[in-house]
Write a protein that binds this ligand. Structure first.
Ligand code: BG6
Length: 299
């Protein structure tokens, strides 16, 4: 979609909602969405949702005050879109290229229920180890934030092996007061101090030091119980077998140049995707769709 088409759409949009293409931080193009009940912001770079808020409530997504906003540099906070690999890869960008590339705005659709969907598309740049594939990402803004990442293997003779993850940073009042529910009994790779395989024994995971865990073979809904903000964030997912829970805590926060030293108090990442042992293999011509729905209720 061109800027002209967007401005044409803006003139026709319904009274209950609005979509505008504006310049965000660092002059990066940003899609701003407003519905009767909520607001959201999505950078074209990385199709990166940097903001979602139900009107009258605290924002749902944490953004670092130290984030960089520059072409080809990941944004810190919101929902980095991780594709086609998760974590570091020698000589290449950590967490894949998709979060660093400018995606194209594809469609804007006002839905019957008053929500608005905005979709983006990215062709693969052709990096060794990956055949051609198409990525499409639909963001639905309403009383919840619903995300749909579709990957299509465009090769005719080669499987596509990849990882995907919506690396969501949530706003919380105080990380040390949280309880994260839904992962009891799940196997995980504990990445703190080397990689150790463990099984989660806690009904409610609490955070009192660095947490960096890849839970695998789990499609379970996860709840973040936040007594400080008196709300429960719900992370529901489809076609996702991995959940990553991450809080950098004191030392790692200090070591990250694009993250404030004290910001670890006010965030937690609960990430949904298919990584590590759950990486995906897609036959030629096939499509895989990851769906995540984020919402909250009061307590
Ligand atoms: C998490 C990883 O998903 O992302 C952590 O499990 C990593 O190991 C974190 O530190 C942040 O990664 P990045 O590349 O955005 O700094």
């Amino acid at each position: 979609m061109t800027t002209e088409q967007l401005s044409d759409w803006s003139k026709r949009q319904p009274a209950s909602g609005a979509v505008h293409l504006v310049k965000g931080h660092g002059g990066l193009p940003l899609v701003r969405v407003e519905t009767a009940t909520s607001t959201a912001e999505i950078y074209l770079q990385g199709a990166h949702v940097s903001h979602f808020q139900i009107k009258g409530q605290e924002p749902m997504l944490f953004m670092s005050g130290k984030s960089r906003f520059e072409p080809n540099i990941p944004i810190r906070g919101g929902i980095p879109l991780i594709l086609p690999w998760f974590g570091p890869r020698e000589g290449l960008a950590a967490h894949g290229w998709a979060r660093n590339k400018a995606w194209d705005l594809q469609t804007i659709t006002p839905e019957q229920d008053g929500s608005i969907s905005v979709s983006f598309v990215l062709e693969s740049p052709g990096i060794s180890g990956f055949g051609p594939f198409k990525s499409e990402y639909a963001v639905n803004v309403g009383t919840a934030l619903s995300l749909e990442l579709r990957v299509t293997n465009q090769a005719t003779d080669q499987d596509l092996v990849f990882e995907n993850c919506l690396h969501t940073y949530f706003v919380v009042k105080e990380a040390a007061d949280l309880a994260v529910a839904g992962l009891k009994g799940t196997r995980y790779l504990d990445k703190v101090g080397g990689i150790t395989e463990r099984t989660e024994t806690a009904e409610f995971i609490t955070i009192s030091s660095e947490v960096d865990r890849v839970y695998y073979d789990t499609a379970a809904r996860v709840e973040i119980i936040d007594p400080g903000l008196k709300r429960i964030i719900r992370v529901e997912k489809l076609n996702s077998q991995s959940t990553v829970v991450w809080n950098p805590w004191i030392a790692k926060a200090k070591a990250m140049p694009d993250f404030g030293d004290e910001e670890y108090h006010g965030m937690v990442c609960v990430e949904s995707g298919n990584v590590g042992p759950n990486r995906l293999t897609l036959a030629p011509g096939k499509t895989e769709t990851l769906k995540v729905r984020l919402s909250f209720t009061g307590i």
